[in-house]
Design a binder for this molecule. Structure first.
Ligand SMILES: CC(=O)SCCNC(=O)CCNC(=O)[C@H](O)C(C)(C)COP(=O)(O)OP(=O)(O)OC[C@H]1O[C@@H](n2cnc3c(N)ncnc32)[C@H](O)[C@@H]1OP(=O)(O)O
Ligand SMILES: CC(C)C(=O)C(=O)O
Length: 564
């Protein structure tokens, strides 16, 4: 990148240390949230929303719980104007919600704005003009006094029209491009506007300090906000507001640090829609607070539904990696993450159901309407036994012994790697059934009968072995032991170190039992099999035969001839 010297710093630092905010590590209450989706978000869309879409979006914002909503720039277009009139005339704004409208500091635009909000129960008139060095020089070609005059003239006109127009109006001023403005000039212009509006603690004015373009690292923005909070006049009659954008990808960090530095109000949008890289994302900010145990005062308990509505109305897509909302953000494909999540979920269930500390998952996906199944653990060739076993257990109810999970894990990874694809829970179950359950090759158990006498169990089994139907018999201190002896004595198949586990299969229709058996071959390698049947005795015999079949196939052992 040979042109780096083309760029220089465009932001300004306070001329005194403003780092009190660094001593705070946590936000303990939410800011006053103001959604600017219908204005800053809308003005950045390829096709801005129409009247019906804006009405539907407004309804969504109200449902989520926003109490301040910037509904548009009424002088921008007939749609914008009509929308504001519709909200007021159809009485669609709840009593506890204040709408906000944006205006430039130009006569006819301010007049049109007041026509739009005539009769509003509560409306904030938001005045802005650009104050940065770049905009003063290049866009307005005006000196500081002229820029202050633009702001003051607009503020006076707004003050006067508010007196003459029916409705209940509050005021907000933004020195647009604040982050590229010298801080003493930002103070001067805000104070000049405040002098016009004469706020009181009972009727405050909002001073909104936008990172119109994010020019610095977030700690610089925080220090700028702290400085303004310390030095603005009329301090007890001001609500200090921020409006971060995300040009450097640190909009959320900037907003959080600004709140540590004293910002009381925050303007942003759902999922960060907005000019260029977007406004700061309120969903992320709210859920970050939530993950620290603070109720954000906004309801995102059904985030997938909110996302679907926003995507349909804005025709914008939320990225698969978007914090909290993205399709993949609660998903682990990789083995060690899956293992830790599966163990963490179990630990929580047993030890601490009221607290959430599950590794790799900053919040409980269920709290925002996400599902565990299919959302958290997904399987591909990077996955491990823990995750694969977890998916099989959650989806199909098989609770495999740990060593057996390992064997299934390798079988599943092989398929995913070979086919280069993710495997669904049903595909994993299919591999499990095919490789481990009720196996009848090369040995097929056709029939098994048994008797008990004086603690001794005897079995007779009909099996198909090497293409022939054979009767075998054996005795032992249990049915499985007797069947092992029958296999050894009748077919020369020797098994050692048998382990056994069983449980009821609760997932799926009908009550079935499942048994897992492992046997060791002569080299000491362990082979697992599984049996499923309505009868537990049948299930365990099938599990043994399945384990033996896997041993025969995988150990490469040549069994003795029939009848030996
Ligand atoms: C950071 C932000 O997001 S700010 C909000 C930006 N949003 C929008 O612009 C969307 C809605 N805007 C619009 O529909 C149009 O721009 C309108 C209707 C407001 C104005 O339209 P027009 O007058 O046709 O054009 P335009 O916006 O180009 O006007 C630029 C003029 O306004 C001046 N101007 C721009 N902003 C302001 C302001 N806040 N206060 C006073 N004058 C301003 C410019 O200096 C320029 O002046 P000039 O004519 O002397 O050169
Ligand atoms: C009008 C202001 C607040 C704005 O949208 C911005 O600076 O980004």
């Amino acid at each position: 990148m040979k042109n780096a010297n083309k760029y220089t710093r465009q932001y300004f630092l306070p001329d005194e240390p403003c780092f009190d905010w660094t001593r705070r590590d946590r936000l303990d209450h939410p800011p006053i949230w103001c959604s600017v989706d219908l204005r800053d978000g809308n003005q950045a869309l390829i096709v801005p929303m129409n009247l019906e879409e804006k009405l539907a979006y407004f309804q969504l914002l109200v449902e989520i719980g926003f109490k301040e909503i910037e509904v548009g720039f009424p002088a921008a277009s007939d749609t914008e104007f009509e929308f504001v009139r519709t909200l007021i005339e159809r009485n669609l704004v709840p009593d506890d919600v204040t709408i906000q409208v944006l205006t430039q500091s130009r006569d006819h635009i301010i007049e049109r704005t007041f026509e739009a909000i005539r009769g509003a129960k509560r409306a904030i008139v938001h005045l802005y003009n650009s104050t940065s060095v770049a905009q003063r020089e290049q866009v307005f070609r005006a000196d500081k006094d002229e820029i202050v005059r633009i702001a003051v003239t607009g503020a006076e006109q707004i003050r006067d029209l508010a007196r003459q127009t029916p409705g209940n109006f509050f005021f907000q001023y933004s020195p647009e491009s604040f982050t590229g403005t010298e801080l003493d000039f930002a103070l001067e212009i805000c104070n000049a506007v405040l002098d016009v509006w004469q706020p009181t603690p009972e009727r405050k004015v909002i001073i909104n300090l936008p990172a119109t373009v994010e020019l610095s690292m977030p700690h610089v923005y925080a220090s700028q906000i702290e400085y303004m909070g310390k030095h603005l006049a009329w301090r007890d009659a001001i609500v200090l507001s921020v409006h971060p954008h995300n040009d450097r990808g640190t909009g959320v960090a900037a907003a959080e640090l600004a709140m540590l530095a004293g910002a009381e109000r925050l303007e942003g949008t759902l999922f960060g829609n907005g000019e260029r890289t977007g406004n700061v994302d309120i969903v992320t900010l709210a859920l970050n607070l939530y993950s620290h145990g603070v109720d954000p005062g906004l309801d995102f308990s059904n985030l997938p539904a909110i996302q679907a509505r926003v995507e349909a109305l804005t025709k914008m897509q939320v990225s698969k990696r978007h914090p909290y909302a993205g399709e993949l953000v609660f998903t682990a494909f990789s083995g060690s993450h899956q293992d830790a999540i599966a163990k963490g979920m179990k630990w929580r269930e047993e030890k601490s159901p009221e607290h959430w500390t599950v590794p790799y998952l900053p919040i409980d996906p269920k709290d925002i309407g996400r599902e565990y199944e299919g959302d958290i653990i997904r399987i591909n060739s990077q996955s491990g036994k823990g995750g694969i076993g977890y998916v099989l257990e959650q989806s199909h109810g098989f609770d495999l012994p740990p060593k057996m999970r390992e064997q299934l894990g390798y079988a599943v990874k092989r398929v995913s790697d070979r086919e280069q694809k993710e495997l669904s829970a049903d595909e994993i179950a299919e591999i499990f059934m095919r490789e481990f359950v009720n196996l009848a090759e090369p040995l097929d158990l056709v029939e098994l009968t048994g008797t008990d006498a004086k603690g001794m169990h005897r079995v007779r089994a009909t099996v198909v072995w090497q293409g022939q139907q054979v009767e075998i018999e054996g005795a032992g201190n249990g049915r499985l032991d007797a069947l092992c002896h029958a296999l050894e004595e009748g077919l020369g198949i020797r098994v050692a170190n048998l382990t056994y586990k069983e449980h009821a299969l609760e997932v799926g229709s009908g009550s079935r039992a499942v048994a897992y058996i492992s046997v060791d071959d002569e080299k000491g390698n362990t082979h697992y099999g599984c049996g499923v049947d309505t009868d537990i005795m049948e299930a365990s015999a099938k599990a043994l035969v399945s384990a033996v079949n896997r041993m025969l196939v995988h150990s490469g052992e040549v069994p003795l001839a029939v009848g030996k």
